[in-house]
Design a protein around this ligand. Structure first.
Ligand code: GP9
Ligand code: MN
Length: 637
């Protein structure tokens, strides 16, 4: 056989591919907590980086000059390693993969950068770059076992045929393993698991392009199906709770990174949230213990988006950045229309999460941001102003506001990396392999103290009696990267079922002198905040296009969809691509989850259509009709 017909086994290209292939597969297990549940998944995981690597490195075969070819191989290796490495660091912090829109959230980079660098392991991480050094040395030294010569046309063809076949083989296996792979694009873990991290990025770029075009192509007809769906699931709000806080100031406190598992719980025999625990027994407080966050990559800003719009945030990127200029029908605007003075208070730069722009669009009369606060000596920790002085000064601002007002107050101290000054540590650290979890209890405890003082200041200011205070956790503080420590603390294994249950965040609705206090187990999510608040203060939701329901409604459908496609009903939980029995926590036949999955896909798809198409610009929520055509109600098919 002519030697030229044989693929060179040890060309620099082959070596680069093998190195990156091994490295990527190792990273799946070592850095991303991607696991194979069966043999098929293990095979898919093993082969999924290959097709992309074969193709991208294959271009080297078209380069005639040896030096340029080597440079191409080394540079490609370097760039791919940087992409892989960035994803690893991002994953350690967010338990998620990078998407294109995340790269454009530049005004957040200052604060996030610090958190990201904290996630680099300076001892072992440089090993990920070792192969690049080896490739450079080989290209320089040119040892005899490495082949540097050019490839023939026929070899190139054979090579690309193999590469493309590998790609389709991978896709075929993935589609069999995960039938809805390319429709459930919001489940990034599943995408990466099946098509590999590099193909995932290509697919993400494709999604980005497609979604950018969606606004231009949208028209008012797109609203018909969306609105029909929404009308069909609409429920009547509760009569009993209607207008119970009418005319009062509405104070919504967004509790940073606060998960529900800390409530009525102890750490080393000490209460973590003594004040909030008291509230769970208070006669004027409704405490919801089955309330889920529904945020994704936009974290805090997603929770704010949910509050104001009763729409889901996006599966990719932060809607505060990607669709800040859309037409929305917000809770804030509804308050404005009903004579409230509307404000947001948060002691951080106004540009973080693009809040300046978004708040203006959402209709807030005033945003009190960092320049509106005096951060005294020792009042600064971690990401910014400490919650205690922040909340105190926020009450001072409220005293000056026209009443009734609607104020959204955003705390910050209980934020990763959960650091505190010594004098603010009211309890000790936990003892586990996660320093993050160990410290978390302390910052939650500090936040609890801040809330206690906030209530006291409100009482002192005279605002308390005529206000309603709603407090909710924005998203998880402890990601799945800390499962070992969490399982030590909770004394049970953290299965995907448990992880889903850990997405519960506390919701407190405190209405002074109302006597409506109870622990309420209704299944609900942040998407339900808007209609619930509107009903409590007795303002009309009208014909708003929204997915939430009043939590207290008798017809509540008790169904919660998380933004990554997990869902919770009264009996089952769908998580980790498995159906779980809620009572036993055991995996059950996945057939049981199937019909719900369809509803989840449908609801999230309608939601995304609204946002990507900017559909609300065609709709008049006041009369429920299309804007251009004032004669036809939108729900007429
Ligand atoms: C920043 C604060 C934290 O202003 O709201 O944002 P997060 O990182 O939690 O999304
Ligand atoms: Mn947050």
């Amino acid at each position: 056989m002519n030697k030229k017909w044989v693929m060179p086994k040890l060309s620099l290209v082959t070596l680069a591919i093998v190195f990156l292939w091994i490295k990527t597969v190792v990273s799946y297990f070592a850095s991303f907590s991607i696991e194979a549940e069966n043999m098929m998944q293990a095979i898919i995981l093993f082969i999924n980086p290959l097709s992309f690597l074969l193709i991208i490195f294959g271009f080297a075969f078209f380069i005639k000059k040896e030096k340029t070819r080597n440079t191409y191989v080394i540079l490609t290796s370097l760039i791919l390693t940087i992409i892989l490495f960035s994803n690893m660091v991002f994953y350690r912090f967010f338990n998620d993969f990078i998407t294109v829109p995340v790269l454009f959230q530049t005004s957040n980079f200052g604060d996030l950068g610090g958190s990201a660098i904290g996630n680099i392991n300076w001892w072992t991480d440089p090993l990920y770059f070792l192969d690049i050094v080896i490739l450079i040395v080989l290209a320089k030294v040119k040892p005899s076992f490495v082949i540097f010569r050019e490839t023939t046309k026929i070899n190139r063809r054979a090579y690309f045929l193999v590469a493309i076949a590998t790609f389709f083989f991978n896709l075929g296996l993935a589609e069999t393993e995960r039938p809805q792979l390319l429709t459930r694009t919001f489940d990034r873990e599943m995408l990466v698991k099946n098509i590999g991290t590099y193909n995932y990025h290509i697919y993400d770029i494709y999604l980005q392009t497609r979604q950018s075009a969606q606004r231009a192509l949208a028209d008012s007809n797109d609203l018909v199906a969306v609105n029909n769906y929404i009308k069909a699931k609409q429920t009547d709000p509760s009569d009993e709770m209607h207008g119970i806080a009418e005319g009062r100031n509405v104070i919504v406190v967004k509790l940073e990174s606060t998960q529900n598992f800390v409530i009525n719980n102890e750490m080393n025999g000490e209460e973590i949230t003594p004040f909030l625990n008291e509230l769970t027994k208070d006669e004027d407080t409704v405490y919801m213990d089955n309330f889920y966050h529904q945020t994704e990559q936009g974290k805090t800003s997603d929770s704010e988006f949910l509050l104001d719009n009763s729409l889901y945030p996006l599966g990719r990127g932060a809607v505060f950045f990607t669709h800040s200029g859309n037409e929305y029908q917000t809770l804030t605007e509804n308050f404005n229309d009903n004579g409230y003075y509307t404000t947001a208070l948060h002691a951080n730069n106004g540009s973080f999460w693009n809040r300046n722009t978004v708040y203006e669009n959402f209709g807030y009369d005033r945003f009190y941001s960092l320049p509106d606060y005096t951060v005294g000596e020792g009042e600064d920790v971690n990401w910014g102003m400490k919650d205690i002085p922040f909340l105190q000064q926020s009450v001072d601002h409220m005293k000056e506001m026209e009443q009734p007002f609607f104020s959204k107050v955003i705390t910050l101290t209980n934020h990763y990396p959960f650091t505190l000054d010594e004098e603010d540590k009211f309890i000790g650290e936990y003892d586990s392999n996660s320093r993050t979890l160990n410290r978390y209890f302390q910052t939650v405890r500090y936040q609890d103290e801040a809330i206690k003082e906030f209530f006291a200041s409100l009482k002192e200011s005279g605002l308390y009696e005529n206000s309603i205070i709603i407090m909710y956790g924005d998203h998880y503080g402890i990601s799945e990267n800390h499962n070992v420590a969490m399982s030590k603390y909770l004394e049970r294994e953290i299965t995907p079922f448990e992880s889903a249950q850990l997405q519960r965040v506390p919701l407190f609705i405190h209405i002074p002198d109302s006597g409506v206090g109870e622990v309420n187990h209704t299944l609900a999510g942040q998407i339900d905040l808007k209609p619930t608040i509107e009903n409590l203060v007795g303002i009309e939701t009208g014909n708003a296009i929204q997915f939430g329901q009043d939590i207290f409604s008798e017809d509540n459908d008790n169904f919660v969809i998380l933004r990554d496609g997990r869902f919770i009903t009264e009996d089952i939980v769908y998580a980790g691509e498995t159906c779980w029995d809620k009572e036993t926590g055991e995996a059950i036949d996945s057939e049981i989850c199937l019909p719900y999955m369809e509803r989840v896909n449908e609801e999230l798809a309608y939601n995304d259509e609204i946002i990507y198409g900017d559909l609300l610009r065609f709709y008049d929520a006041k009369n429920g009709r299309l804007k251009e055509d004032t004669t036809e109600p939108v729900d007429v098919e």
